[in-house]
Each structure stands twice: as C-alpha cells, then as structure tokens.
Design a protein around this ligand. Structure first.
Ligand SMILES: [Zn+2]
Ligand SMILES: [Zn+2]
Length: 286
C-alpha cells in the first residue's frame, strides 16, 4: 500500500513562509494498492489537498472512490478543483456519511456546492460521478469494497454533523484514518484527553499506520475541546493502546507553524509507538 499525504491541515488552508515544510492544504489522503507507483484509487476526504492528486495521476482522469469522513469545509472544498476528477473520462464514486434527515448524498453536497455559494453543482462535474451514502452498518461483516480496498467505517464523536473514521486495508496492510475526533464528548478518559472508546480502538487495532486528529495539545483540551478535536497526546496514546505500528499526527491547527509542529513531534520522541508529523507531499509505502 502507498499512502500519499496530499493535505494535512485542519479547519482552513494555511499558506505562508512559516508553513512550507508541513504544508497548508486541508485534509486529503490518497491511497494506492501496492508499494510501487500505481495510481491512487481511493481518496480519503477532499480538502484543498485533493488538487495535488491530479499531479500524482499525471493529469490522467481519476478512476476510483472518494470517501468523506464528514462534510465540514476543510474536507470538501477541493472537490470542484480536482482536475483529474472533473475530467470527461473520470469515473468517480463519492460516498459520505448518511444524514440524519435522510437527504441523499448529492443533495447534501449541493447545499454547499451550488449557486449562489459556488458556480456549479455536483452533477455538473465532468466525467461519470456517482454519489452515495456509506453502506449502513457493514463494519461487522468486514466492511465494504472500495476500488481495490476494503473499508470499515465507524461513527466517531466530532462537532456538527455525522462524522466517521475509516479503517482501510489492501489485504496486506491496514491504516486507520480519523482526522476529526472529539473523544472528550464521550468522557474525560483516564488522562483527561478523552475516552479511548470501542469505535476508535476497533478502527485502530494493530494498524500499520494510525492517521489521527492532532489539532490540540494536551494542555489545550480543557479550554478548546469545544471546537470538536483531539489532542496529539491522545492520538499517540490511542496508537499505543490499539497496537498501531506508527502514528501520524494529522489535521494540524492552521496557526501551528513549522517550528511549532517540529516541537509537537519532538514531544513524542521517546514514545513506544513511533510518531511522525504528517506533511503535505509525504509518502509512505509498505
Ligand atoms: Zn476538519
Ligand atoms: Zn470537522
């Protein structure tokens, strides 16, 4: 499996000279089956980072699946600017969490992506696009198929809208992707950073890589958890408890510059689980 970090920032893009090493694009991770250089077929979220997937594809049309964890701006804003998706020969299945009011997937997306908020609606993207909600409760059956991968989706607490985390395997290696997660909504947990609840423990169990919300620092949880995020310290401890091989801190706060993110990663230099700071353009392969 090859993992491309295309956008690692949370909430809003963060351009500027103090953000060049970790990057300023919002959430998007592209996955390819096999460790060689095959084209990515599965995209997790479509923040502004999804624009860079076109370069990975050599501007060829995208043929695959986009799975959204939820519909906050930072996870969808790149969608209409994804050139390899907005292409006459693209074939894209986009799936998102079911909405409480039963609104279908395309109509849900169109609430953000249609005039007067945006010039075109989802149905005006070129190529063949299919919009659907995630299959209901299939996780117990080993998940659903998605463009060469199997995926388990589980609800996680966040703020404002149905949010899921994903566990993705190509049959040989497995990653978990939980970019927006507010574990303190369930309870304070043993260290005050939030509960290590069954859904995330199951998503992260024995994964090769846990990509997790690291928006906050432990010392910020008390005053800022109401924004709906987790502390980096929680992400690392979750990785340890779940038996993850490696933790990638993700969804960086937009005002956390390169220096601050270096310090954040350094905080975990003696962790029993190896910790990296996800950065735009980083690739990992097994
Ligand atoms: Zn977010
Ligand atoms: Zn969010």
């Amino acid at each position: 499996m090859r993992v491309h970090f295309c956008g690692t920032r949370g909430s809003t893009p963060a351009p500027g000279p103090e953000f060049v090493r970790y990057g300023g694009h919002t959430s998007c991770v592209a996955l390819a089956t096999g460790a060689g250089t095959p084209a990515p077929t599965l995209l997790l979220d479509a923040g502004t980072g999804v624009r860079t997937v076109s370069a990975l594809l050599g501007c060829q049309p995208f043929r695959g699946t986009i799975l959204l964890t939820h519909l906050h701006w930072d996870h969808i804003l790149g969608l209409p600017f994804f050139e390899s998706g907005d292409h006459p020969d693209a074939q894209v299945t986009l799936r998102l969490p079911a909405q409480a009011d039963g609104t279908d997937a395309e109509s849900t997306l169109a609430r953000m992506m249609s005039p007067p908020f945006f010039p075109i609606g989802p149905h005006q993207l070129r190529g063949r696009w299919t919009f659907d909600v995630l299959p209901p409760d299939e996780s117990a059956e080993g998940g659903f198929a998605a463009s060469g991968f199997r995926v388990v989706a589980k609800d996680v607490p966040h703020k404002g809208g149905h949010t899921v985390g994903y566990r993705v395997t190509d049959g040989r290696h497995t990653i978990a992707y939980i970019p927006d997660h507010c574990p303190t909504q369930i309870g304070p947990g043993p260290d005050g950073w939030g509960e290590y609840h069954p859904a995330v423990l199951e998503l992260a169990r024995d994964v090769d890589l846990l990509i997790h919300d690291a928006h906050l620092l432990a010392e910020e949880v008390a005053t800022q958890a109401s924004f709906g995020h987790a502390a980096a310290d929680y992400a690392v401890e979750l990785g340890r408890r779940a038996g993850a091989q490696r933790v990638a801190l993700f969804h960086h706060r937009p005002d956390r510059n390169d220096e601050a993110l270096d310090a954040l990663v350094q905080r975990f230099s003696s962790s029993t689980v190896p910790v990296i700071g996800a950065a735009d353009g980083l690739e990992l392969a097994w």
